[in-house]
Design a protein around this ligand. Structure first.
Ligand code: FAD
Length: 420
């Protein structure tokens, strides 16, 4: 059941115009160093002198809907609901008003930091009664502008909703609050010999609730599937404050409607996700990474087919990037390609339980691909270099405004399937 009044949340389905591809600011190389959380590179910590991001309402022909504005009484009510969790300091509000790509800026004057679903429910009930617009925000790493207000919407941050509620060490089912940072969850389950079913370059900042709200794909999608399969249940609070409890931990649940699916990918338009139950796979014992140079896109596709055939059950990721993308990575992240210059690059990851068996399979695949001309150069990562190769691929969105998972179909084959 949806609330009577139309939802105040606006999910933005556009991106700002990308900067020139391949362009590289002089002196930028290496300035960011390695493995810094994306937040450190965004609006919140911009160097003095960086131009201010233009207001979204000035940049686009958008119209504010007739919502109320936040009054002193509203602030007092929020302070009663979340004591100490009402942020109105203009300086502290700068970063949450600007999106990760620094192309959009809202002018919210209030950010709320609840700790529990009950607090979220009370906040939304108040906003509903007062006709106040709300914009849910997780780690603010989204790339389509949905995480930041357009006008003066109240920002509802899940940053303090960061508790693990339970973890079952036999089934691998993790139940946690929506504001848990993905990287912290990864560390937590890895200590218990499991991994998160998703991994992406924004993991140091993004929240699991934001991941679910954006139906984030990431680097493990090929192996473990999308969040539509691994999210077993969730809890959400609707615009009128109603708590929707679908936080089941059942893998097989064929009772009634699967309401959680509506929230996966809903970008905050249906409610605020407050908790998630997610299935974590066991940690693979052996991981190998190969990085290859390909002479053309046709060869990338053929390499993908060959690789699926020859590596079968141990293939866990297949990703490609073009020469321009590699140039951006080199320029902005100071990383050199581990193989000779090529029009396309492919990263292949295998995950299995027997290191010797997996390395042998990957080795014969590489031999075949090099022999048949599908790839012109390649390297298999040793343990020390695995992480570096993987980071290079993960950080592509950091190096430039690219969204490798959204690609048009190419020659009857979907390029998306190649980067899953
Ligand atoms: C370096 C980098 C790499 C990335 N790699 C990938 C990738 O490989 N694959 C991929 O799919 N995406 C990728 N992304 C984008 C990705 O979608 C986001 O990084 C992430 O999933 C968003 O999580 P967040 O917590 O930052 O959400 P935010 O950016 O804060 O919010 C995103 C949207 O979800 C809504 N939202 C947030 N939390 C909630 C909640 N609790 N309830 C309801 N709505 C909510 C917001 O209103 C907004 O509409 C990448 C981004 C970066 C910066």
């Amino acid at each position: 059941m949806l609330p009577r009044r139309p939802l105040a949340w606006l999910a933005w389905a556009f991106r700002g115009p990308p900067g020139p591809r391949g362009a590289c600011a002089p002196g930028a190389a290496g300035a960011w160093g390695r493995r810094v959380g994306p937040r450190a590179r965004r609006g919140c910590c911009t160097a003095p002198g960086t131009p201010e991001v233009q207001l979204t309402q000035e940049r686009y022909p958008v119209r504010r809907l007739p919502f109320s504005t936040v009054s002193e009484q509203d602030l007092a009510a929020f302070e009663r609901i979340v004591p100490g969790g009402v942020v109105t300091d203009p300086e502290a509000l700068q970063a949450p008003n600007v999106d990760w790509l620094r192309t959009l800026r809202g002018c919210s004057k209030v950010l709320l930091r609840p700790r529990t679903s009950e607090e979220v429910s009370r906040i939304l009930r108040h906003c509903h009664e007062r006709n106040l617009a709300v914009n849910p925000q997780g780690g603010n790493t989204g790339m389509v502008g949905g995480s930041v207000p357009v006008f003066d919407e109240i920002i509802l941050s899940t940053a303090l909703m960061n508790r693990v509620l339970s973890f079952h060490s036999v089934s691998g089912i993790l139940v946690c609050q929506a504001g848990c940072v993905l990287e912290e969850l990864s560390r937590y389950v890895e200590e218990q010999d499991f991994i998160m079913p998703l991994d992406l370059g924004a993991k140091g900042s993004c929240h699991i609730g934001g991941n679910v709200a954006t139906n984030a794909g990431g680097l493990r999608l090929l192996r473990y599937g999308s969040l539509r399969g691994t999210v077993l249940g969730l809890e959400a609070v609707l615009a009128d404050g109603t708590v929707l409890d679908c936080l089941t931990s059942l893998r097989k649940d064929n009772t009634g409607y699967d309401l959680k699916q509506l929230f996966i990918g809903s970008e905050g338009t249906l409610g605020v996700i407050t908790a998630v139950s997610i299935l974590c796979p066991p940690k693979p014992r052996a991981v190998n990474v190969a990085f290859l140079g390909c002479p053309g896109f046709t060869e990338v596709l053929q390499t993908f087919s060959t690789c699926k055939g020859m590596l079968g059950e141990i293939l866990s990721a297949f990703e490609f990037m073009d020469a321009e993308c590699m140039q951006l990575v080199g320029c902005h992240l100071n990383l050199a390609s581990p193989v000779q210059e090529s029009p396309f690059y492919v990263l292949i990851e295998t995950s299995g339980s027997n290191a010797g068996h997996d390395a042998e399979k990957l080795g014969s695949f590489l031999e075949h691909s090099l022999g048949s001309g599908l790839v012109t150069d390649g390297t298999m990562a040793t343990d020390q270099r695995k992480v570096k190769l993987r980071d290079e691929q993960e950080d592509c969105p950091i190096a430039g405004p690219l969204e490798p998972e959204v690609q048009p179909p190419v020659s009857g084959n979907s390029a998306k399937s190649c980067v899953e």
